[in-house]
Write a protein that binds this ligand. Structure first.
Ligand code: GLY
Length: 374
């Protein structure tokens, strides 16, 4: 039943690849992408879409297109191009790990392992976190973690499985534990970020960067938490991570608006024109698919998760997909990047496109995203 939506997505992906050879999509306002170099946190999503497209229909155009970018990702790593952040997991799980998983290419596996080693450099043992942004001595960001990082952990867990090097596992496990303790609140909502004292590791406060206000719940952050803790459970089998993912999912579902696609923050006063974040709904759909696989048949939450998944995907396909705009470069309308900072508050988001396609191909053919080995 998701065939037509997938067909439209694959046509648009092919259009982009043909029209912008060797380039990668960047966020920009005006319902379009800016096509540039490999120097932001988001480039992996485009490559991940090519692998999903190849796995779905076996069209070697997508495989060859994705393979063409491996050297580019390797050079970025070797030349340390714009890697003073933790999003190395997003970048390399969906490019190098994906290529290795689909084709078995040893060179891709080596690139992914080097990326995992680079990510380890952001570990701050005196606090027990992977530092999100900036340099170690950055006064504001030196002791800061953000909920998004949960999707960077699969690269470390994967590297542990590949090498049995305990450092990867321990860092990912400890970061997931501290995230659970400080980013998730008692009612199942979440902080976007949390600050610690760099000198002694003491907890200071929760806050936000892209959310409405410090104590609010940024919907995309909540979505990263749902999927991220489910993935942490998949790797560690630590029951509390599954429970946390479920609590975050219930909060998200109970606060879904009438049209089933969330606004950019659960606490923002809603009025005409309040921006949505379709990407948060797409990420959550992937998290719910993961939860449905990880929870047992007699789990009382399963029906709620299955209903919310169905409502979300129908709303995205019927009301948010660009199926009515054949020349569109993006797949989902009404994503938001940083509303409060007035950066792309209502545009295409390449990660929204990736997670939308990931959910669709998983629903249709059971093809999973590149966060773990099948
Ligand atoms: N990880 C950055 C974002 O979700 O905007």
């Amino acid at each position: 039943m998701w065939n037509a939506a997938i067909g439209d997505a694959l046509v648009k992906l092919k259009q982009n690849i043909v029209k912008h050879p060797g380039k990668l999509p960047h966020i920009i306002e005006g319902q379009r992408y800016e096509w540039g170099e490999n120097n932001d946190w988001i480039e992996g999503f485009y490559i991940g879409m090519m692998w999903l497209a190849y796995e779905y229909g076996q069209d070697t155009f997508y495989k060859e297109s994705a393979e063409d970018y491996l050297t580019n990702f390797e050079e970025r790593l070797e030349q340390h191009v714009a890697l003073d952040h933790h999003d190395i997991g997003f970048l390399y799980s969906l490019s190098a790990v994906a290529e290795w998983r689909v084709t078995g290419n040893e060179a891709a596996r080596q690139v992914a392992l080097k990326a995992a080693e680079t990510l380890l450099k952001r570990w701050r043992p005196q606090i027990g976190i992977i530092q999100a942004w900036g340099l170690e001595d950055d006064p504001e960001n030196g002791g800061r973690m953000i909920i998004d990082c949960l999707l960077n952990l699969p690269l470390l867990f994967w590297a542990y499985e590949q090498t049995q090097d305990q450092r990867y596992y321990d860092v990912a496990m400890r970061h997931a534990l501290i995230s659970q303790k400080f980013l998730v609140r008692g009612d199942g909502s979440s902080y976007h970020t949390f600050y610690f004292d760099r000198a002694n590791g003491n907890a200071i406060r929760g806050g936000t960067h892209q959310g409405y206000e410090d104590g609010s719940t940024w919907t995309r952050g909540q979505a990263w938490g749902i999927y991220g803790f489910a993935l942490a459970y998949r790797y560690t089998k630590h029951d509390a991570f599954l429970d946390t993912s479920k609590r975050l999912a219930k909060y998200f579902i109970e606060h879904m608006p009438e049209d089933d696609v969330v606004y950019w923050d659960f606490d923002v006063p809603v009025e005409a024109g309040t921006p949505r974040d379709s990407s948060a709904s797409a990420i959550t759909a992937c998290g719910l698919l993961e939860l449905l696989e990880l929870t047992s048949e007699d789990d009382s939450s399963r029906q709620m998760f299955a209903d919310a998944l169905d409502r979300t995907m129908r709303a995205l396909v019927e009301k948010y997909a660009t199926t009515d705009i054949p020349a569109a470069e993006g797949l989902l309308k009404h994503g938001s990047y940083h509303v409060r900072g007035d950066r792309a508050p209502d545009d295409y988001m390449i990660w929204g496109d990736y997670f939308y396609l990931e959910a669709l191909v998983r629903l249709e053919k059971g093809i999973k995203g590149y966060w773990y080995v099948k």
